[in-house]
Design a protein around this ligand. Structure first.
Ligand SMILES: CSCC[C@@H](NC(=O)CCC(=O)O)C(=O)O
Ligand SMILES: [Mg+2]
Length: 367
């Protein structure tokens, strides 16, 4: 195979502060990183699956088994280092989109470094920097929330996203509107509500939010279309949009007017671009979501966020929003914008010491 092998590396990184969502609280990041070794270059991929299957069905332990037993062996006869051939070779396996995305990313990075081409160029980026939004977790008190949002605004973030759940929604949004006025503001429920909550969700219409993200369950696309008939605020889907086809169906059913694009959730950056292109064809604004990535995924997301249809700030925060020390040189904001990496491939490379310090397991998968 043109591919010599894949190194799987499991890392644990402490978060600077607990990150609480409607499905749980994270204090450390358990992440699987891949290193693709070819004759000409090596490439890096990041799997966005979390330690537990709470946001989606995939999780780190399962991703390692899927890559070891099925996905990496499927690349044994890869005739060339070509991301399109990788994508085709993995197509026969059902699901495991986050695992597929990590492998595709690592090979594409190696391919592009060999060609000397930035990922942004390969994706079709039209901007050299992108506005950064920040995702703010559920907190114990409204005072803590106001303090945290004030600090992020002082950092320059161009948009605030509040995690919400039943019991932490209207009061939290009202506290931020009362304190900070008409800043760009949106909420993300991570599927915590049902149609029975429509009256509570309608109260959010009074706060001029950019969108309400994934109010209900991933599978409940028709329910979101029904909810949309009762809300003025646009519904944005995240968990529900697992492919370009899912985006097409959700848009045609009236289930969403905005889409959060995450390459890991849809199976890779090639499919992420297809979701972007499809949404653009329907005049549906998109933005780049985040999965608490290290600098590797963060750099790739900055490139994706630079596509023309990305009309809203993404969850592309600085490394320091989550990590004391990133495994790559930290990605930082300048006046609320993040520069799109210009180097070949991802444009960032892990720092060997930082990588070693965070590594809890490494495994070489030869081809
Ligand atoms: C642990 S929460 C991960 C999924 C969540 N992601 C974020 O809130 C953004 C995280 C980030 O900025 O990387 C989402 O549903 O959009
Ligand atoms: Mg979300």
């Amino acid at each position: 195979s043109a591919l010599e092998g894949i190194e799987m590396r499991r890392l644990r990184l402490p978060l600077v502060s607990p990150f609480r969502t409607s499905f749980g609280t994270q204090t450390t990041k358990d992440v699987l990183i891949l290193r693709a070794v070819t004759a000409d270059a090596e490439g890096w991929g990041e799997c966005v699956a979390a330690q537990h299957p709470l946001y989606a069905s995939e999780y780190v332990g399962a991703a390692m088994i899927t890559l070891r037993d099925f996905l990496v062996p499927a690349l044994r006869d890869l005739p060339a280092i070509d991301v399109n051939l990788v994508s085709a070779a993995l197509d026969r396996f059902r699901g495991h989109r986050m695992s597929k995305a990590a492998l595709e990313m690592a090979v594409w990075d190696a391919e592009l470094r060999g060609l000397g081409m930035p990922l942004s160029r390969a994706l079709g980026a039209v901007h050299t920097s992108v506005p950064s939004g920040v995702s703010v977790g559920i907190m114990d008190t409204l005072d803590e929330l106001v303090t945290a949002v004030g600090a992020y605004l002082a950092d320059g973030y161009r948009r605030i996203k509040l995690k919400i759940e039943p019991g932490w929604d209207v009061a939290a949004v009202r506290a931020i509107r009362d304190e900070f006025g008409d800043i760009p503001l949106q909420v993300d429920a991570n599927a915590a509500y049902t149609l029975a909550d429509v009256d509570q969700l309608r109260k959010l219409d009074d706060f001029d939010l950019l969108l309400i993200e994934q109010p209900m369950a991933e599978e409940n696309v028709l329910g979101h279309a029904e909810l949309a008939r009762h809300l003025r605020t646009p519904i944005c889907l995240d968990e529900s949009i697992t492919s370009a086809r899912a985006a097409a169906d959700a848009i045609r059913l009236g289930a969403c007017r905005v889409v959060n694009i995450k390459a890991g959730r849809v199976g890779g950056y090639l499919e992420a671009r297809r979701v972007h292109d499809l949404c653009q064809a329907h005049d549906v604004p998109v933005w780049c979501g985040g999965m608490v990535e290290t600098g590797l995924g963060r750099a790739a997301n900055a490139a994706l966020a630079a596509l023309p249809g990305m009309r809203l700030p993404g969850d592309i925060s600085a490394s320091s929003r989550f990590y004391h020390q990133d495994i790559t040189p930290p990605l930082e904001l300048s006046d609320g914008y993040m520069s799109v990496p210009e180097g070949p491939g991802l444009g960032v490379t892990p720092d060997p010491e930082a990588l070693a310090a965070a590594t809890v397991h490494t495994e070489w998968l030869p081809l």
